[in-house]
Structure formats: structure tokens, C-alpha cells
Design a protein around this ligand. Structure first.
Ligand SMILES: O=C(O)C(=O)C[C@]1(C(=O)O)C=C[C@@H](O)C=C1
Length: 440
């Protein structure tokens, strides 16, 4: 993906996989950039962070004193803190497993609740962080100020609109990359992050699945945003002048067929976000380039709408998750979803058993995704006679329609835990039930 360079003195994105086109500049120092050095052991959830630098300043100055994770320039002080934060969701599973043990039933130690080889006595009950209540999902500002919500992109990005839908009246904080949005919440620079995970046409946003595993934030909600794309160019530019269309890869993919049908003789280039593409065209007075972005981006950056509604499906929708440092208390008085991630040492054969744990309890799955097991991507199976088979290893992400407060979900997860070597509850949260309103 092409990354738009900064003209603002912001640090270049060291992690950016691509080079920037020569002579292109960014017009506003609008996005949060955090530089830090992470070392992850994702399965054991050990995170070591060197003192971070936020847009050139020490992040500790920007971060209020923290409570539950004992922030002091590091993300989380110990493995125990992290275990505590997960204990709310895990406790039902743990107690059920204990019952099984005391009654001489199957199972031994609590092997992998929330990603930890752990036993109950490792969870310091009196140290539990205060979980967010359902009220924290409401638009009311926290602590007398606006809720700060990190998103990836610049103003006019769909993610900004999603942040506003999830938390009306919030202070939306633009971030340079998805990872920065995660870090902004971990470092108390933001209270929440709102990040896309899948689109009805473009599919999953894999990067965020990987980051959910590598970071310790909890999913506390979801929001589905109708995504209405426009083709934008500088005033006076006609479609015939165009040689290039730039946008976020998801946006390019969501408009793929429409662009082809329009018969434009253009190359398609990926950049970091839709609104950033519009901003880039305006900043560089590019008369041969169009952006796929929102109508709001056109207004913000002074572009004209050449074509309205160019997404390949009028009901195009992107699902975003809301992330927080602490989980919410799951409830049963409204529809909830729960997101988990699991793996097994012995490969994919466990998948059917895991899924049957939900099927037998009439729990519907709404999503399943697999990602490479980054710690152990390949498993070699030697057969002296025929050679060595190389099996790919996966992490499986599953969303199911039940709350962790629902005994069916607790029983299903207790069973899943027996089949898996790694299991983590990413969050149990209210489903987005807003009435369907396709983009117009
Ligand atoms: O580029 C943007 O405007 C974004 O908010 C990112 C993003 C995505 O990552 O999927 C969000 C919604 C749309 O699906 C297109 C792009």
C-alpha cells in the first residue's frame, strides 16, 4: 500500500511497507503518531514497551494517572494485571471448570482461559479492575469531559463517522495507523478505539484481527456503518482527464466493478485511508487523480463529486468494533455477541469439535476467521516412508450470538477450553441493533 508522506514534521511511518511517491506531501499534521518498540509474546500476552513518544513528546505527559493497569510509562505492569482484567469474563468458565474438578470430572488445571496457562489462584480477586458498566457505552462524557475516541485515518474517513456513531459527541482522535489507535487507548491518550474489522463486500480487515490478539484491549461494542463511496476530484476536472484513482484498499475493492463499468482509463493505487486520498489530491493540486472517499471528505478538502454511490452494492456496510482497556459486564437483557480467538497445538482437527460446542447449544455463529499462527506458522509432520508434510497453523476467531452472562455460552466455552490449547475471550458486548438504513 502506498503511504502518503508527511510534510508536517511528523515522523515517517517506519512500519510502512511501501515507499511514498516522490514529491507528494501531506497538508496537515492531523494524525496521531506513536513511536515505540514492542516485543510481543502474543500467546502468553507478555508485552514489553519501551517508553513511548507521541508526536515527538513523551507520552507519559499526555496520559492521566492510570489506575487499573498501573500505567507508568509501560503498558500494563504485569501479567497478573492482565489476567485480572480478563477474569470477569473468564470467571464463570473457571468456576464451572472447578466444579468439574472437585466432582472428579474431566479436566485438570484451568489450562488456557483468556490465553493463559493459569489456575484460579493466579487471579487476585481483590485486585480486579473496575469493569466498565453498560452506562459507559452511552454517549455521556466521562469525567466531565468528552470521551476521546481513536480511529485510523484523517477527518472525513469512514472510521471517523463510525466513531461518531458509536460515541456521539465524542472527541475523535485521528491516528496514523491501526496500531497507533490501539496504543493510544493503552497509553490513556484515548478512552476508546473504533476500528473496522470487516466489510460486506471487501471482507475482513486482517490487520485488526492480528492486532486484537497482540494487544490487550477488550471489545466493548460494535457498530455497523453504511458506507457510501463517491469519486472525488478537483473542481473542473472531468472524468476523461483522469489517469489514476487512489483510495484505501478496502474502498478500491468495494468499488472495483463500478470503476471498471465506468470505463475509466486509470490505474488504481492504495493509500492509507479514503479521506487521506482526498486530502492528498487537494494538497498537491493533482488534476489527473481522483479519490474514492465520502461526500464529507469532498466538503472538507474542497473537491467535487464526479460520481455518487460508486460502491458495488448499495447496502455496503462496514462493521467496526469499539475497544477499551477494560471489559464491560456482560448482560442478558439485550442481544449480546461474544468474540473469541483460539488455537490448538495439534492443528485444525479441533475446529469441528469447537464449532459443535456452539451448535449443540443452539448458539449461532456470526463470523469465523482464520489467521496464520504467527508464533508457530508451520507444523512439520514426518512420515518416514513418504516425507514431511508441512501443515499451516492457524488462530481461529469466532463471533457468536450470546452473552458471557448466558449459561449456554459459559458451558460452550468450558467445553471449547477442553479442546484448545489457547483460548481468549476478546469481548462480550451488545450487538448493533440499529434499524437498517442503507447509505444514500
Ligand atoms: O479509509 C477510511 O475512510 C476508513 O475509515 C477505513 C475503511 C476500512 O478500513 O475498511 C473503513 C470503512 C470502509 O470500509 C473503507 C475504509
Amino acid at each position: 500500500m502506498q503511504s502518503l508522506p508527511s510534510s508536517s514534521g511528523m515522523s515517517p511511518k517506519s512500519a510502512s511497507p511501501t515507499t511514498s511517491p516522490p514529491g507528494l506531501t501531506r497538508i496537515r499534521p492531523s494524525r496521531l503518531v506513536i513511536q515505540s518498540v514492542y516485543r510481543f509474546d502474543s500467546v502468553n500476552a507478555n508485552v514489553n514497551v519501551n517508553p513511548p513518544v507521541v508526536n515527538g513528546n513523551n507520552a507519559t505527559a499526555a496520559a492521566p494517572n492510570s489506575s487499573s493497569f498501573g500505567f507508568s510509562g509501560h503498558v500494563g505492569s504485569s501479567r497478573t494485571d492482565w489476567q485480572s482484567s480478563c477474569a470477569i469474563l473468564a470467571s464463570k468458565v473457571v468456576s464451572q471448570q472447578q466444579d468439574i474438578q472437585t466432582s472428579g470430572g474431566a479436566g485438570g488445571n484451568i489450562t488456557a482461559v483468556n490465553g493463559h496457562k493459569t489456575t484460579l489462584d493466579l487471579v487476585p480477586i481483590d485486585n480486579l479492575p473496575k469493569p466498565l458498566s453498560i452506562a459507559d457505552l452511552s454517549p455521556a462524557p466521562m469525567h466531565g469531559s468528552k470521551l476521546r475516541v481513536a480511529y485510523q485515518g484523517v477527518p472525513g474517513a469512514f472510521s471517523e463517522a463510525a466513531a461518531g456513531k458509536a460515541y456521539p459527541n465524542c472527541e475523535a482522535i485521528p491516528c496514523d495507523q491501526f496500531e497507533v489507535a490501539f496504543q493510544a487507548v493503552e497509553l490513556w491518550i484515548a478512552d476508546r478505539a473504533v476500528l473496522p474489522v470487516e466489510n460486506s463486500l471487501g471482507g475482513s480487515i486482517h490487520r485488526n484481527y492480528d492486532l486484537l490478539l497482540r494487544h490487550r484491549l477488550h471489545i466493548v461494542g460494535e457498530v455497523q456503518l453504511p458506507v457510501h463511496h463517491c469519486l472525488l476530484a478537483l473542481p473542473g476536472v472531468r472524468k476523461e482527464y483522469l489517469t489514476r484513482v487512489i483510495s484505501h484498499p478496502q474502498a478500491l475493492s468495494q468499488c472495483e466493478h463500478t470503476l471498471t463499468k465506468m470505463g475509466l482509463n486509470v490505474t488504481r493505487e492504495a493509500v492509507d485511508d479514503t479521506a487521506g486520498a482526498a486530502e492528498f489530491i487537494a494538497a498537491n493540486n493533482l488534476r489527473d487523480t481522483a479519490a474514492i472517499a465520502s461526500a464529507r471528505a469532498a466538503e472538507l478538502y474542497g473537491l467535487q463529486v464526479l460520481e455518487n454511490g460508486i460502491q458495488d452494492d448499495s447496502s455496503n456496510v462496514t462493521r467496526f468494533v469499539m475497544l477499551a482497556r477494560e471489559p464491560i459486564i456482560p448482560r442478558t437483557d439485550r442481544p449480546f455477541k461474544t468474540s473469541i480467538v483460539f488455537a490448538h497445538d495439534k492443528g485444525t482437527s479441533v475446529l469441528f469439535k469447537v464449532l459443535s460446542a456452539f451448535a449443540f447449544r443452539n448458539i449461532s455463529l456470526t463470523k469465523i476467521e482464520s489467521r496464520p499462527h504467527r508464533n508457530r506458522p508451520i507444523r512439520l509432520v514426518d512420515d518416514a516412508n513418504v516425507g514431511t508434510a508441512k501443515h499451516f497453523e492457524y488462530m481461529f476467531y469466532v463471533d457468536f450470538e450470546a452473552s458471557m452472562a448466558d449459561v449456554r455460552a459459559q458451558n460452550a466455552l468450558a467445553e471449547v477450553q477442553e479442546f484448545t490449547s489457547f483460548l481468549r475471550v476478546l469481548g462480550s458486548y451488545p450487538m448493533d441493533m440499529t434499524p437498517w438504513c442503507p447509505s444514500s
